[in-house]
Design a protein around this ligand. Sequence first.
Ligand code: EPZ
Length: 432
Amino acid sequence: MSRKIVIRGGKPLFGEINISGAKNAAVAIVPAAMLVEGVCRLENIPNIVDVMAQLEIVRGFGASVRFVNPTTVEIDSTHINLSHPPFELMRKLRASYYTIGVLLSRFHRAEVAMPGGCNFGGARPIDLHIKGFETLGAETAIREGGFICVEAKNGLKGRNIFLDVVSVGATMNIMLAAVLAEGQTVIENAAKEPHIVDLANFLNAMGAEVRGAGTDVIKIVGVEKLHGGSYTIIPDQIEAGTYMAAVTATGGSLLIKNIIPRHLECISAKLVEMGAEVEYFDDSVRVSRSGPLHKTNIKTLPYPGFPTDMQPQLAVPLCLTEEGASVITEGVWESRYRYVDELRKMGADIHVDGKVAVINSVPRLSGAPVKASDLRAGAAMIIAGLAATGETSVEEIVHIERGYDNIVGKLQAVGADIRYMEDAPDGAARVG
Ligand code: EPZ
């Protein structure tokens, strides 16, 4: 039985949506709990596949994982060991590579299966992670079968590391490897995303000494060991941005709650250019659109620039502007336009040349059967279905469930005609 999402579009969205914990913070903080010989209590955990997979991975290393309630988990890593690494689980998601930094930090060695994750069209190397580990004193090797082996026979010693490319994953992984190293590590040209700051705040809550997260120079002074404690994960900037883009595409008015305004300014600035109205409150934002959509240009950049993880979602309203052509330039990844073929099935007029997409406005998008080629492309398909006339079915929705907590339920609650549909083996469709 395969499950798909079916949408009847053309309805404006009205109501309130609560944002869940940040995926890209949680997928780093969960493995980071294995640095602690004790219990870490994590609150505001999103119920998404990638975070559940990380929890299974830490269980695979011998940690005990107990859900206190649907969004609060206690992880006890007192007795973790390297005897049975859950290799197959690691292959399923890119963020599994954070276990390298964690295990190298705690045990001075690690063997991890090469990570998986979204394939949105470009290379996803980890050379900067390896460079960081080797600078701190580890030796690394790629073992047959796709395993990365790292070992620091003489322990890890703090050093200065300059990242040639601003990398979220490398910044986080080096931070994880440095928190128990001897002496100070300085990461220069560090990534500044909100989830970087969240990981640093979590580590400091457990007794680490990480300073400067959120700037491009992060200093980590190694400590003897970390202690247990509690930490609340920040709200998801990209989940919030996705719903902001949805109501901009469909029209209507949404109050999006449990957000951090400054994390969304890079997104709302663009939506205002496109004709949305945005009003911030302490921990919520109202996004409305009743007038025409206007063209604009977008270049994705590391934070605080426009986030690459919002690029597919914004391409949808840009298909429906009142006039002219909009240009998207992908400034982070080699390419991130696999979703364009799917949008073309709905009537979009988009031309892609390498990192640049030129979007010509069309009078409407029409519902069609489409696929979610990766996580954010899947979100874009849902937004397109909501804005299109007629019925859209989105297949391969496992990608969407990796990063969005209850997206169908949250959209139903604000008036969207969206539901799961099971495709039975006999081809009959049943509402799921
Ligand atoms: C994180 O991926 C996010 N994933 C991605 O979000 C996001 O698109 C990306 O950061 C950029 O913000 C998670 O946090 C789990 P990078 P990551 O290292 O860490 C190059 C989503 O939709 N690079 O910041 O893998 C790389 O090729 C996902 O939630 C190297 O050259 O991204 C890219 O061009 C998709 N060598 C640039 O750096 C390296 O060793 C940024 O990559 C590492 C990266």
